[in-house]
Design a protein around this ligand. Structure first.
Ligand SMILES: *[C@@H]1O[C@H](CO)[C@@H](O)[C@H](O)[C@H]1NC(C)=O
Ligand SMILES: *[C@@H]1O[C@H](CO)[C@@H](O)[C@H](O)[C@H]1NC(C)=O
Ligand SMILES: *[C@@H]1O[C@H](CO)[C@@H](O)[C@H](O)[C@H]1NC(C)=O
Length: 527
């Protein structure tokens, strides 16, 4: 007799809680962060490809490198001015699929086991909850378009389980010839008839937001809309009017078109990604260390890269404008990130595929209505794995717990930490003391070494370790292969590897200890 009654009571209680939750859906202003009655923010999740922090909001001495023009990026600068702007955000691996997979699952490459553009994390790492999937499981409509996951097999075709709406991939057959060159400025008028792929994605974003707005505005049906642009990825194809922002005479050569002194040659990347384009292929050497492209080719590529960034910025602007027009801005969290940095001739390098600062440092910003409206700039070290717990907390969803040592069988956890505290008090906060990246490299004999790289406030320290690929970890008891150490206090461009300098022996020892403790050792003590 007692049992049915208590069950009925339970049922009554839980329907009361549902009612209460429903009430919160409608009265969005009731914003408590205790998890019982949460605001339902919408989320606009913006992504760009290969965009280093080359935005006006970031430019400064040596930032992102020592030569840069004034950028024309009004829309991302505007978003930055009402966001938490992460000035020192680092990716976990400077190449598309590993970086995106890591960010989207909140776990690092040694946990996702995705180090290349082929493997799918659910097959090799574990059946991990992604950011959009998490919002979906909390009642959100989730819509993805363009490039969010790496397309194709690497994501089982855009990870269908993450989305409630059919995934949108733009059609791209008109501009095929132009895409064979490393860069091409297309006629603006012609793009009106035959839009470029990212223009189609922006258009789809506008239509999607417009369709979902009525219920998203009231909080009746929260939405998570992910919009991924392909630019400024190679080939740099963009409407030619964007070149006007970068007169040729304003574009400079990099100051350091050479490999760092004392760089172990084995860690060099031969930028084959760039060399496959028709206008570069085989013409300018084979990507060997300390052979760079002719100056006019370097200038043209830099100019095209900047133009492709401004073009992407304009498309971000169109979607942000739509958010305003639909009156969604004040209950929508907006995040933006570029999937890693990019070398445009610094060190004589091109593309990503390295552990250098310029490849691992990427733009990231998060706007949370009411919390970041006046803009917060932080120089604290942050990592791309931090975005998942940040968005969950900012939206008032249950917090994402920290993963245990082995999390292969845990669906929802993270190897990052929420950045919401940085939105509240940025000054004397107890924060992580290093950011971690890694990059694998195959040696001529087929052996693999993994470069584990750590950025502290002053140094970049990288150990290349012989890697046991089938076991997804470095071999035990095998000595370090080579080491890199750059002192950003005196060498922000990373031009001299001081790892073997006697004067840095003590520092190197400390950094070796710190790297051995890994990311867990660098977490805030109060964490
Ligand atoms: C957002 O703006 C609308 C219209 O200006 C207003 O009715 C609503 O209360 C605002 N919501 C929040 C969460 O501030
Ligand atoms: C992965 O997890 C999801 C969500 O819990 C579940 O629906 C799906 O069946 C799982 N897939 C596998 C292969 O276990
Ligand atoms: C590359 O050039 C730099 C600058 O001249 C020099 O310090 C470095 O030793 C060179 N590296 C190789 C491998 O030739």
């Amino acid at each position: 007799m007692r049992e049915p009654r208590s069950r009925a009571l339970l049922a009554l209680l839980s329907s009361a809680r549902l009612l209460l939750a429903g009430f919160c859906f409608i009265v969005i202003e009731i914003a408590t962060h205790d998890g019982t009655c949460s605001p339902k923010f919408n989320v606009l999740f913006l992504v760009s490809d290969d965009m280093r922090p080359q935005l006006n909001a970031y430019l400064g001495e040596d930032f992102p490198s020592s030569t840069h023009p004034r950028m024309h990026t009004p829309h991302l600068d505007g978003l930055a001015s009402r966001s938490l702007l992460l000035k020192r955000a680092y990716v976990q691996q400077a190449v598309c699929s590993p970086s995106r997979t890591s960010l989207l699952t909140g776990r690092r490459p040694d946990t996702t086991r995705v180090y290349d553009l082929q493997h799918y994390f659910r097959s090799v790492g574990g059946n991990f909850t992604t950011i959009p999937q998490y919002f979906k499981s909390h009642g959100y409509v989730t819509a993805g378009m363009g490039k969010i996951f790496h397309p194709g097999r690497a994501s089982n075709f855009n990870d269908p389980i993450s989305w409630t709406e059919p995934y949108y991939s733009e059609d791209n057959h008109h501009w095929v010839e132009e895409q064979k060159n490393s860069w091409f400025a297309v006629n603006d008028e012609e793009t009106k008839k035959f839009p470029l792929p990212d223009q189609l994605t922006a258009q789809h974003a506008i239509e999607t937001l417009t369709r979902l707005a009525p219920k998203a505005k009231t909080g009746e049906q929260p939405i998570f809309v992910a919009v991924g642009y392909h630019k400024p990825h190679l080939p740099f194809v963009f409407p030619s009017s964007f070149l006007d922002f970068y007169p040729r005479e304003d574009v400079q050569l990099p100051k350091n078109p050479f490999a760092p002194a004392y760089l172990p040659e084995d860690v060099w990347s031969d930028f084959s990604e760039l060399r496959k384009y028709k206008d570069v292929a085989d013409k300018y050497g084979y990507g060997a260390i300390n052979t760079t492209l002719p100056n006019d080719v370097v200038i043209n590529l830099r100019r095209a890269y900047y133009s492709a960034i401004s073009y992407t910025d304009s498309l971000v602007g169109k979607v942000l404008q739509t958010l305003d027009d639909l009156e969604l801005s004040n209950n929508t969290i907006v995040s933006f990130w570029g999937d890693h940095g990019w070398q445009i001739g610094e060190h004589g390098e091109w593309c990503k595929h390295t552990n250098f600062e310029i490849a691992t440092h990427a733009p990231m910003m998060v706007h949370v209505p009411g919390l970041t409206n006046t803009g917060i700039v932080t120089e604290h070290l942050t990592e791309f794995v931090d975005l998942f717990p940040t968005l969950a907390e900012a939206a008032g969803l249950p917090k994402i717990p920290l993963c245990p040592e082995n999390s292969a069988n845990i669906a929802t956890c993270t190897e990052g930490i929420s950045m919401v505290p940085l939105m509240k008090s940025n000054q004397d906060i107890d924060w992580k003391t290093a950011a971690f990246s890694q990059y694998p490299k195959m040696l001529i004999d087929g052996d693999i070494m993994m470069g584990y790289s750590m950025r502290t406030y002053q140094y970049r320290y990288t150990e290349w370790l012989p890697f046991d690929m089938p076991a997804y970890k470095p071999f035990d008891d095998v000595p370090v292969y080579v080491v890199e150490l750059y002192d950003h206090a005196v060498d922000p461009d990373e031009n001299v590897n001081v790892a073997d300098f006697g004067s840095y022996a003590a520092v190197r020892k400390i950094l070796h200890e710190k790297l051995s403790q890994g990311w867990r050792g660098a977490l805030p003590k109060s964490g």
